[in-house]
Design a binder for this molecule. Structure first.
Ligand SMILES: Nc1nc2c(ncn2[C@@H]2O[C@H](COP(=O)(O)OP(=O)(O)OP(=O)(O)O)[C@@H](O)[C@H]2O)c(=O)[nH]1
Ligand SMILES: [K+]
Ligand SMILES: [Mg+2]
Length: 367
């Protein structure tokens, strides 16, 4: 029996099994098995070369990567052509795009790689169409833009989410607050910060044994942790926690009332590529979700160059900015002058520990 068939069988058994106190442990084990099989599905078979589990052969470039994921003909390629200089073929029929098409979005001196991907359909995670390849490519991104057709049924979003979940992508979530460390000896050591509501010792020991993790240390820090969370922690190398922005396209074809409803959902933006509506909003929101900041450097007496930015993560300090310029810069650092949102007055004289803000201008003074 192939892996896909085994997965189907387990899913079938889970559907048949009634959820109650007596079946809870059995269901927990089935979940664990399912997670292992799904990970296997993504591993290319030995000797298969760059096969099933790998994404498309596009190397990463720029400061971050955004993947456009969605059903066929929702407007992914149309969007790529709007926000980058790359032209990806657009047509009214499904599967117009057959491979990954990279483009570059320039955003105030930052360069973001946008990957236009083939459309995926239900069953993608199990290998339908290019599904697995698309999802593997999505797994390498810093942000998934899930492009949705506003005129289609609301289920499309949940369907896609399920496909991404099935291959270990967790959208807009943090890793579970559970500590797990494999040991060489000493058996299974389990402790809790407070009594968990959805997990008990028996369940955890069962799953650990099933995964042959007979020597390990577990600390459940979150009382709301579930069996799925615990399996995610065991499967950590196969899990990716990625931000997702839901982008509803074709709002030119829906009522104002429905548009208003969509626009108020979390992590959601609406647009019409056809009418050129909301595109800048989509780009701004994507930038926000990436949680990056653009810092412009300025030399004494010279205007800063706003077409080139240093890209740092949210919470970065002047020290991180120095490291971006040059690895040894902080050794000769004396102080920095800062203009912008993080400065109390401009310019503010600051040290290495100063936390910068998006679009700050910084002048570094060395010894
Ligand atoms: N009404 C309307 N049609 C749109 C809009 N944006 C794109 N389209 C149309 O939708 C169709 C599909 O667009 P594509 O960009 O090829 O869609 P895709 O998601 O890349 O499709 P695949 O590559 O086949 O997965 C084309 O006929 C577009 O002209 C929009 O905002 N409104
Ligand atoms: K299309
Ligand atoms: Mg396309």
């Amino acid at each position: 029996m192939g892996v896909s068939e085994k997965i189907k069988e387990i899913e079938e058994e889970m559907r048949r099994t009634q959820k109650n106190k007596a079946t809870e442990y059995h269901l927990g084990l089935l979940k664990g098995k399912l997670a292992r099989l799904r990970a296997q599905l993504l591993e290319p078979a030995p000797g298969a070369g760059a096969g099933a589990g790998t994404g498309f052969d596009v190397s990463k470039s720029g400061d971050a990567r955004i993947a456009l994921v969605g059903f066929p003909s929702v407007g992914k390629s149309t969007l790529l052509s709007k926000i980058t200089k790359t032209k990806s073929e657009v047509a009214a029929y499904s599967f117009t795009t057959l491979t990954a098409i990279p483009g570059v979005l320039e955003y105030g001196g930052a360069e973001i790689q946008i990957l236009d991907l083939p459309g995926i359909i239900e069953g993608a995670a199990e290998g339908k169409g290019r599904g697995r390849q698309v999802i593997s490519a999505a797994k390498t991104s810093d942000l998934i833009m899930m492009v949705l057709d506003a005129t289609k049924k609301a289920e499309q979003r949940a369907l896609l989410e399920r496909e991404l979940e099935a291959v270990g992508i967790r959208l807009n979530r943090e890793p579970p607050n559970i500590y797990l460390k494999a040991k060489k000896a000493g058996g299974m050591k389990l402790s809790f910060m407070s009594t968990p509501k959805y997990l008990d010792e028996k369940m955890i020991y069962n799953i650990l044994r099933d995964y042959k993790m007979l020597n390990c240390e577990v600390l459940i820090r979150d009382e709301n942790a579930t069996v799925d969370d615990f399996i995610d922690v065991i499967m950590a190398p196969h899990r990716r926690y990625i931000k997702c922005l839901y982008v509803y396209n074709k709002i030119d074809c829906i009522s104002m009332q429905f548009l208003d409803q969509l626009a108020h959902e979390d992590h959601t933006v609406v647009m019409s590529c056809e009418l050129d509506l909301g595109i800048t909003d989509v780009v701004d929101r994507a930038w926000q979700e990436l949680n990056l900041m653009r810092i412009y450097t300025k030399r004494r007496g010279v205007q800063p160059n706003f077409s080139e930015a240093l890209i740092v993560r949210q919470g970065a300090t002047v020290e991180d900015v120095c490291d971006q310029v040059h690895r040894s810069l902080k050794e000769s650092f004396k102080y920095a002058l800062v203009w912008g949102a993080s400065a109390r007055h401009v310019p503010q004289r600051v040290g290495l520990g100063h936390v910068v803000a998006d679009e700050d201008v910084i002048s570094i003074v060395t010894k």
